[in-house]
Design a protein around this ligand. Structure first.
Ligand code: LLP
Length: 431
């Protein structure tokens, strides 16, 4: 039987005694009960796990001037944003839609930074009208357009340049962003020139520098390398007479999916701050944009076994969650642990855990050892980040419901989408 010791991630998601044996719980709430009450697939998050992940960053920055801007693309559900807004976080956004969500969740626009390579004029306008804290600009063309839009509104846009430090984050190629071949940021070599251009534009006010080298980073060295490169540039830009008020080191810290051993946020920042102090930048205003490390291990996705199907080469465990709910395995061959919420005795069988979507790529886990029968509920672990926020309606599958657990209370924070919801904006053509 799976024990708590083998579960990656959060101490708030663990097996605990139940009248029928050990059942998986999120905080004080039994997941078998939640699945019965709300149906499956169902995402369940722990508020305590999110706040404890945040606390590691807060400890790391104690005594410093630092803003934590939650990269909400990881999980943009309103109640999740509300938890971070109430804890004092700002937000890293990448679209006008995300900004609208921040406001709906009670976030402070002044603590919002706007990243992304393709901001439209309409999004720039919306962000300027809302009074966001900073635009992380990724190209010269964007600088010109942003200056134009801001001038039109009679304001100056606060900008930071996202510099590509050309550092290998040693992660999956799809989520590595700090290398020369990536579409992100402005090259280190051209950065000074681009800063000078930014400083000359009437609609812009240069306030900072930014970098983000990738995601699911499990080593400290790439961060230290990127920091060195960025600090070299700060010195160069300031020598040219342009003041850099804040330094934003992006997000990217990895989580434990399957025995991964990323540094804790406070340990990582102890090392980074030592370098910053040594180079004389320890008292600067700092910003970070963590996403996955704040929510990834705070959530699970519950899914019911529909059928088991023995095969000649493989046995399949067909569940009611699919690539539209949990796209990471199909997209990145990502690994998520899958465990029963109420372990049963019986013969262990090796299964591929797959969804009902009509694609061979619709798998959630390969070669998993499970004791299961149809009707059992499984929990896909480490599903708090980049799962619900990347979910789709492929195969006209309504998106899952979501529950946020706070102690012994389970709050339904998103209703399950019905088929009608999925086509509510569509129209038949007239005849
Ligand atoms: N800042 C910027 C500019 C970013 O592009 C990202 C993530 C973050 C911050 C937050 O990074 P994090 O702390 O979450 O690693 N869907 C992929 C991950 C894509 C990450 C995109 N950018 C996955 O499921 O692994």
């Amino acid at each position: 039987m799976t024990t708590t010791a083998t579960l990656p991630g959060s101490p708030f998601i663990a097996y605990a005694a139940h009248s029928q044996g050990q059942h998986l719980h999120v905080e004080g709430v039994c997941l078998a009960d939640l699945a019965r009450e709300h149906g499956t697939p169902l995402f369940v998050y722990s508020k305590a796990a999110m706040l404890s992940a945040l606390a590691a960053y807060q400890r790391g920055f104690a005594g410093r001037k630092a803003h934590i801007c939650y990269a909400m693309k990881a999980n943009s559900s309103l109640a999740v944003l509300q938890v971070f807004a109430q804890a004092g976080c700002g937000f890293d956004i990448v679209s006008g839609g995300e900004l609208t969500r921040v406001l709906a969740a009670g976030g402070d626009p002044a603590k919002v930074i706007f990243s992304g390579v393709g901001k439209t004029r309409a999004e720039m306008q919306q962000a300027l009208n809302t009074g966001i804290g900073c635009f992380n600009v990724e190209s010269e063309a964007e600088l010109d357009v942003l200056s134009d839009v801001a001038t039109g509104l009679g304001v100056q846009a606060p900008v930071s340049l996202r510099v590509n430090p050309n550092v290998d984050a040693k992660t999956h190629p799809y989520i590595s962003t700090g290398l020369k071949g990536n579409k992100f940021g402005i090259s280190h070599e051209r950065a000074l020139q681009v800063y000078q251009h930014a400083a000359s534009l009437p609609g812009l006010k240069v306030v900072g520098i930014d970098c983000h080298i990738g995601s699911q980073i499990t080593e400290t060295a790439p961060y230290l390398d990127a920091m060195d490169r960025i600090l070299d540039l700060v010195a160069e830009v300031e020598a040219a007479g342009i003041t850099i008020h804040h330094i934003d080191f992006g997000g990217g810290l990895g989580i434990n999916y399957n025995g991964d051993k990323p540094p804790e946020a406070d340990a990582l920042w102890a090392q980074l701050l030592t370098k910053l102090d040594a180079r004389g930048y320890g008292q600067r205003q700092l910003m970070i944009e963590p996403g996955r490390s704040l929510v990834g291990n705070a959530g699970v996705c519950l899914t019911e076994v529909v059928f088991t199907k023995p095969g000649e080469q493989k046995n399949f465990c067909i569940v009611d969650a699919a690539m539209n709910d949990l796209p990471r395995p199909a997209m990145y061959e990502a690994f998520h642990q899958i465990v029963p919420v109420a372990p049963r005795a019986g013969e262990v069988v090796t299964y591929d855990v797959v969804g009902p979507v009509c694609e061979s790529g619709d798998w959630l886990g390969r070669d998993r050892q499970l004791v299961v029968q149809s009707g059992d509920v499984l929990a896909v672990l480490s599903a708090g980040a980049y799962c619900m926020s990347m979910a789709s309606n492929y195969n006209t599958r309504g998106r899952a419901a979501e529950v946020l657990v706070d102690g012994d209370k389970a709050h339904l924070i998103r209703q399950r989408e019905s088929a009608f919801d999925t086509f509510a904006l569509e129209q038949l053509i007239g005849v």
